[in-house]
Design a protein. Structure first.
Length: 275
């Protein structure tokens, strides 16, 4: 039996993008000859994984895993809704989350590298390009509690961290986030770049409004700030009408219950992916 080294397996894998065990089997069947092993994999249809690289993967699933003192939300993409609804793809997503939880990658690139064997094998098995598009891991401390809500079978995933346990509210706010797609927690958490963009729009509107032409500059500045706050408020979670009880805002119900939001993450599968 020929000796098949790790270096040979790596070299074949780089050439074909086939799974590790497939590469080992191909080399064993061809006396360690890489060229023959490449042909062997092509004949078996295994090299097809590499040909998927330039396809658009905009379908998929978003899922959440809570593992001890960490909570992870991830989006895993594929090409078609048919594949994303299958058991094999669901298992892939679960395996990706488990790998991230156990390997503790420090970046998306590192997470992709850790999960690479899973994706190569899954691409071969299911015939589509698949990839880990994004993930976020949150460390829980003290009395913090993680809640999640998966909507439309995984098309929208929400991870919510409260400063303490409050199950009914945690579930309700998670559902609210899925339905209302807030971008920020409150006005103070709006990134400077986002506020600056809205400031430019509001400034132009006030400048071009004939009704405001004779107003003092200080008054115009106040009007601009109010317009910016009004626009951004629509995307602030704490200022939105609470889905479960529209007579209250999310911030109001939180204050009433004595609970605070530490963080929330909402993934909608495929958002922002170029067609």
């Amino acid at each position: 039996m020929p000796e098949v080294t790790i270096d040979l397996i790596k070299a074949l894998r780089e050439r074909t993008q086939a799974g590790i065990m497939d590469c080992k089997k191909a080399l064993l069947a061809n006396d360690g000859d890489i060229e023959k092993a490449v042909d062997y994999l092509r004949e078996k249809g295994i090299v097809k994984a590499a040909s998927k690289a330039n396809r658009i993967a905009a379908e998929g699933l978003s899922q959440v895993l809570v593992d001890g003192n960490k909570a992870i939300i991830a989006e895993v993409n594929c090409e078609t809704d048919f594949v994303s609804s299958g058991d094999k793809f669901h298992k892939l997503v679960d395996d990706v989350l488990s790998t991230i939880a156990s390997k503790n990658p420090s970046s998306l690139d590192e997470a992709k590298k850790e999960c690479e064997p899973l994706f190569i094998d899954a691409t071969v098995a299911m015939g589509e390009k698949m990839e880990l598009r994004r993930y976020e891991e949150v460390a829980l401390s003290g009395s913090q509690k993680a809640y999640s809500y998966i909507h439309m079978g995984g098309k929208i995933g929400v991870l919510l961290i409260l400063d303490k346990e409050c199950d009914e509210l945690g579930k309700g706010i998670s559902m609210h986030i899925a339905a209302n797609a807030p971008q920020y927690l409150d006005l103070s958490s709006v990134p400077a770049a986002d506020r600056e963009r809205e400031l430019g729009v509001a400034t132009a509107e006030v400048r071009d409004d004939p009704k405001l032409q004779n107003k003092p500059e200080a008054v115009k500045a106040q009007i601009v700030e109010r317009k910016v706050d009004k626009t951004l408020s629509k995307d602030c979670l704490s200022l939105q009408e609470y889905l479960i009880d529209p007579s209250k805002t999310v911030g109001g119900i939180l204050q009433e219950k004595g609970v605070s939001i530490v963080k929330f993450v909402r993934y909608k599968v495929g958002e922002g992916v170029a067609a």
